[in-house]
Design a protein around this ligand. Structure first.
Ligand code: ATP
Length: 615
């Protein structure tokens, strides 16, 4: 069994992040290094300036200005060449950073798609999207911050220090010792800044969730006249975010202020000492001028390094949020299995073998992250010792009151959830062994199927990308969808609005059934898949599905509240509180006194007759 594990610790440090980013850059590493070198041309310019000044003023002092003109021309030529290289460097750097960001985002999207459904669905999609786009970008920029920005500032600092040492080593040494000390205070404050920055990033996610709910829940909000309720919720979260922004800004200013004040104090002190040395005749005029420039070449990089270190800390916060995704283990997968047989040892197409299952209380990414060091809490066990198998070509139905666990059984059978104990075998393939492979044998249709952005054809082809037009039409005809699709202005090429909102609930369900028919898998699971269809259409769709299934030997599992849907099933299972209470045909179950099925049937008949009387 191969489970993709996390490549990152919960609170990654910068020294852990750099190799991780580097390994994901792809083949452009050499170009990136070259780009950084090109971008560092600015350092040469910055160091040439004090050199030229020193030379100019020394010659001025000695009255010899020959060759100064050549020097200035030479300087400008170097400047122009380095600028050109700099432009090329920035282009190459940006290109590589974009590739790196794309790779990381792709890795995260891929990982998210392979997370156990329980974890992925328990997290808000806005939070996941914030982590995948915004946080991954911040982390990607870390490579530029460290190698380009911090790297160039360090080199500049180092060169300036060496230059100053050649001019007057005692003053240079004093400056070199005092300057870093001046940053100590601000460094101590940075931890607070880091914490506030992380809180702000988490709150940004909450605000995004609110925004997304306001947009996606628009219909419900209007139906309940609850726009004001939503606006107030949004406002409350936004106020919290603003407060965090203000706190972050305050800490940033404080950290910056402390650094600037102490560094300036030392800078001006050094300038005074050097000026005094010049007055005393202990250093030349050129050296004084060079010192004046060089001291800023120490001051600025040191301040910049402080600021950049702060940015790197913020990137660490973003990395922790990304780590939240990466650290949740993906579904079991293995590429090295023997070709599978179609059926388990007992010849079943689908089998739940003595399994136990319960939902985790805090399955979301955020909660998982917060609970990492604490034992997770779980809800009550929903299924225990659950055992059921479906033979090829059999039609099995599950009925039961709401919350009895029918959909959970269906999702376990479709390989979307994983048992705590026992196992689920789809055509002999255990979902615990290789979920992706096991799922290839299942066509699953939920009550509210998801339709993707694109045309109706795209949505059908998703199930079988190489299907011919004829196959598509056959599947749509069987699902009673062909007629309404043809009536649309662009037929199968009609573009669907978001989530297929331009279609009725029944039309969406028929499209999803057509998709399942097109996939033509050995196991079909319909979870309330026809609940929005009228009785006649439902009967015709189910007849077509069963006819195909019998011809192909496919097993069919149907979950339905409307008992007329399942009356013809070979076996009906009645469930209550996660337990199989009864098993048999429609006739057999109706004979059971006080039986679950009989009770449900009588309820249905009662409500039907009440409706008939009221008309
Ligand atoms: N993702 C989840 N996280 C936690 N608990 C869940 C989750 N999904 C379902 N449950 C709980 O599991 C129990 C069984 O739910 P399930 O959806 O399987 O029932 P059902 O019989 O299909 O109900 P219905 O007929 O209303 O669809 C319920 O108590 C439900 O609250």
């Amino acid at each position: 069994m191969k489970i993709k594990t996390s490549p990152i610790s919960a609170s990654p440090r910068i020294r852990e992040l750099i190799p991780l980013l580097w390994s994901r850059m792809g083949p452009g590493k050499l170009l990136f290094v070259l780009a950084l070198l090109f971008c560092m041309g600015d350092i040469v310019v910055q160091m040439l300036i004090p050199y030229l000044l020193e030379m100019y003023f020394n010659r001025l002092e000695s009255g010899d200005l020959s060759q100064v003109g050549y020097l200035l021309v030479g300087f400008n030529v170097v400047l122009l060449s380095l600028n050109a290289l700099g432009i090329l460097g920035h282009y190459l750097k940006q290109n590589n950073v974009s590739i790196l960001h794309r790779n990381i985002a792709m890795d995260l999207v891929d990982h998210t798609q392979r997370l156990p459904l329980e974890n992925a669905q328990a997290s808000h999609s806005a939070d996941l999207s914030q982590r995948i786009t915004w946080d991954s970008n911040k982390v990607t920029q870390l490579l530029v911050t460290v190698f380009n920005n911090m790297g160039s500032q360090m080199i500049l600092l180092l060169l300036a220090c060496v230059y100053m040492l050649t001019l007057h080593w005692q003053v240079a040494l004093g400056t070199m010792i005092l300057m870093p000390l001046s940053l100590l205070g601000s460094h101590l404050l940075r931890h607070r800044l880091h914490r506030v920055a992380k809180d702000a990033a988490d709150q940004e996610s909450v605000v995004k969730q609110c925004q997304q709910d306001a947009l996606q829940g628009m219909e419900m909000l209007r139906a309940f006249d609850a726009q004001d309720w939503m606006t107030e919720r949004f406002l409350a979260e936004r106020k919290k975010l603003n407060a965090l922004y203000m706190r972050r800004m305050w800490w940033q200013q404080l950290v910056h202020g402390v650094s600037v004040t102490s560094a300036l104090f030392i800078t001006w002190g050094t300038i005074l000492i050097v000026a005094w040395l010049a007055v005393e005749g202990k250093i030349q005029l050129g050296a004084l001028m060079a010192f004046f420039v060089l001291i800023w070449r120490v001051y600025n990089p040191l301040l910049n390094l402080g600021r950049l270190w702060g940015e790197a800390q913020e990137a660490k916060g973003a990395a922790a949020r990304i780590a939240g995704i990466w650290r949740v283990k993906t579904e079991p997968a293995s590429q090295y299995l023997e070709p599978t047989v179609k059926g388990d040892a007992a010849g079943a197409s689908l089998a739940w073998i003595n399994l136990a299952f319960r939902y985790e209380e805090n399955a979301g990414i955020q909660q998982q992250q917060e609970q990492e060091d604490r034992p997770g809490s779980s809800t009550e066990t929903l299924l225990s010792g659950f055992h059921l198998s479906i033979k090829p070509a059999a039609f099995i139905a599950i009925v039961g009151s709401s919350g009895s666990g029918k959909s959970t059984v269906a999702k376990l059978g479709a390989g979307l959830l994983f048992p705590l104990q026992g196992e689920v075998k789809i055509c002999g393939e255990s979902t615990l062994h290789d979920a992706e492979r096991a799922r290839q044998y299942v066509a699953y249709v939920p009550q509210n199927p998801y339709l993707f952005a694109g045309t109706i054809r795209d949505n059908l082809l998703m199930a079988k990308p190489d299907a011919s037009d004829e196959e598509i039409i056959q599947a749509a005809v069987a699902a009673e969808a062909h007629a309404f699709i043809q009536a649309l202005p662009d037929g199968y090429d009609t573009l669907l609005k978001e989530h297929g909102s331009s279609l009725s609930g029944g039309q969406r369900q028929r499209l999803a059934i057509a998709r399942a028919i097109l996939a033509d898998r050995p196991v079909w699971i319909f979870d309330e898949a026809t609940s929005a269809l009228d009785l006649d259409t439902e009967r015709r769709v189910m007849e077509a599905v069963l006819q195909r299934a019998r011809k192909r030997g496919s097993a069919v599992l149907v979950i339905a509240h409307r008992l007329s849907t399942v009356q013809e099933a070979d076996t009906i299972i009645a469930m209550e509180n996660g337990v199989i209470m009864e098993k048999g045909t429609h006739r057999e179950l109706l004979l059971l006194e006080n039986g679950v099925y009989r009770r449900l049937w009588e309820q249905m008949e009662r409500s039907d007759s009440e409706v008939a009387h009221s008309i």
